[in-house]
Design a protein around this ligand. Sequence first.
Ligand SMILES: O=P(O)(O)OC[C@H]1O[C@H](O[C@H]2O[C@H](CO)[C@@H](O)[C@H](O)[C@H]2O)[C@H](O)[C@@H](O)[C@@H]1O
Length: 253
Amino acid sequence: MSETLQKVIGETLQKPQALLTGEWALFLDIDGTLLEHAEHPDAVSVSDELRSLLQGLDLKLNGAVAFITGRSVAAVDQLFQPLKLRAAGLYGLEHRLLPDDDVEVADEPADIAALADEIEAELGRGAYIERKGRVLAIHTRAAPHLLPRATQLVEQALAVLPKGYRVVPGNAGVELLPLEAAKGAAIRRFMDIAPFAGRRPVFLGDDTSDENGFEAVNDAGGISIRVKPPAHTTAQYGLAGVAETLAWLRGQL
Ligand SMILES: O=P(O)(O)OC[C@H]1O[C@H](O[C@H]2O[C@H](CO)[C@@H](O)[C@H](O)[C@H]2O)[C@H](O)[C@@H](O)[C@@H]1O
C-alpha cells in the first residue's frame, strides 16, 4: 500500500464515530465504487450483503444516504431491488428525493436518438451504445481500440447539439452530457433538504464525472473519497478499490 493511501485510510479510520453520528450525509456513486466493473452495463449484480449494508447505513444515518449515479433511477431500482434509496440518476437530470417518491426528471430530452444511431452504425458491434434520454454513453470495454474514434465522434457531435453539451470520459468509454447533468449540483440539491441539510456530506466515487461531486463536498466542508485515485483528483482521500470501499462502509455501521 502506498504511503499516501495509508495516510488517507488511517485518517479516515481515526474518526469512525464521527461518521456514525447524525452529522453525516452519505452520497454514493455505484459503478466502480460499490460494484466491480463488468464487461457490459447489464452484467453487474448486487449481492444481498451489499443491499443490507446500504440499508443499514440508511437506517444509521436516518435516511441521509443517496445514490449519485450516471445510471437512470429506474436502472438503479432494477439493480438493487427490492431496496430503494434516495437517488440522483443520469448525473443529476433525475432526482428521487424520498425512496418512495416519483422520479423528478429535468425537462424533456433533446432528441439524440438519431445521433446514437449514427454513432452505432459507424462504430459497429464492438461498441455498446447506451441510450439514456439526453445522456448518451458509448462503451468500448469489449473493443478498447474504438475509444479514440468514439471520443472523436461525440466531440464532433457537440457542434450540432444544444449549447452546454459536453464530453466526459467514462470508465472504458465516453459519455455525452447536457449542461445540467453534474453530480455536484445533484449533491447540493439533496443538501438543501431534510434529512441531509445541516450535515456534512461524504461522497465516494471513482470516475472523472465524480470530480464535480468532490468539488461540491469539499466546498461544503465535507469529505471526498476517490476509489482507485489517479494522480490528479480533487478528492481528499482514496480507497484502493471496491472491496476496500465496502469494508470501509461496513466499518461505519
Ligand atoms: O456514476 P456511476 O454510478 O459510476 O455510473 C457510471 C456509468 O456506469 C455504467 O457504465 C460503467 O459500468 C459498466 C458496468 O461495470 C461497464 O460495463 C462500463 O464499461 C462502465 O462505463 C453505466 O452503464 C453508465 O450508464 C453509467 O453512466
